[in-house]
Design a binder for this molecule. Structure first.
Ligand code: SF4
Length: 213
């Protein structure tokens, strides 16, 4: 499999924010977000992915005393067979997956995962519009908001796919503490108005762009 890194931290975003978790960062992505903070998973100019076999990957996960996995990337749904293999090896772990939502999960992969955080990328990412393909009870939807002008497009996506308000998370775009804090008020106001959930980016607020934190 194509791996980028495995490290132990706390979940910095979304449903499980603040919980200790092992991050398993898969390599490669099918999108190219201009503000991507993990270009080292897919941009040939800076990518530092490695090819590892499953026993090696399992060993890296076992190195930490924690049963909460965050499988992220890059785009981990490019390697759904690996997600399924991780589930078979770590039956009693809580497994969450972070995806851009452009790939449908196989039945086996959907059953393997406790939570999918689906982050559909709107035009502020610089990508062309694409079809959202991730649905199901285990999904929540996280939108990255750069400016107030993004809300119209986000609402159109929510309406098109009939996504329930209680599953919507709004998160500020930013890779520095100052950049993020400037956007908190705007997003919190929107969440109060629409019944969405605000999520900060705890890892950036705490450690900035430092890796493996
Ligand atoms: S989908 Fe995620 S990993 Fe891929 S380019 Fe966008 S932010 Fe980066």
């Amino acid at each position: 499999m194509i791996l980028n890194e495995v490290f132990f931290s706390v979940q910095g975003e979304g449903v499980n924010i603040g919980k200790p978790a092992i991050f398993v960062r898969f390599g490669n992505c099918n999108l190219k977000c201009t503000w991507c903070d993990t270009k080292y998973t897919w941009d040939p100019a800076v990518a530092d992915n490695v090819r590892v076999d499953l026993p090696e990957l399992f060993g890296k996960i076992r190195a930490y005393d924690c049963k909460h996995l965050v499988i992220t990337g890059g785009e981990p749904m490019l390697q759904q067979d690996v997600i399924c293999a991780i589930r078979e090896e770590f039956l009693d772990y809580y497994i969450e997956v972070e995806t851009n939502g452009s790939f449908a999960a196989t039945e086996k992969c959907a059953e393997a995962v406790d939570l999918f955080t689906v982050s559909y990328k709107t035009s502020n990412s610089g990508n062309a519009p694409y079809e959202l393909k991730m649905f199901g009870l285990a999904c929540v939807y996280k939108f990255v908001v750069d400016a107030v002008g993004d809300f119209e497009e986000i609402e159109a996506v929510i309406a098109k796919y009939k996504l329930p308000a209680e599953k919507i998370y709004l998160m500020p775009q930013g890779v520095t503490r100052d950049e993020l804090l400037k956007k908190h008020d705007m997003l919190i106001a929107r969440c109060k108005e629409k019944g969405y959930t605000f999520t900060p980016r705890l890892h950036i607020l705490t450690w900035g762009a430092e890796r493996r934190k």
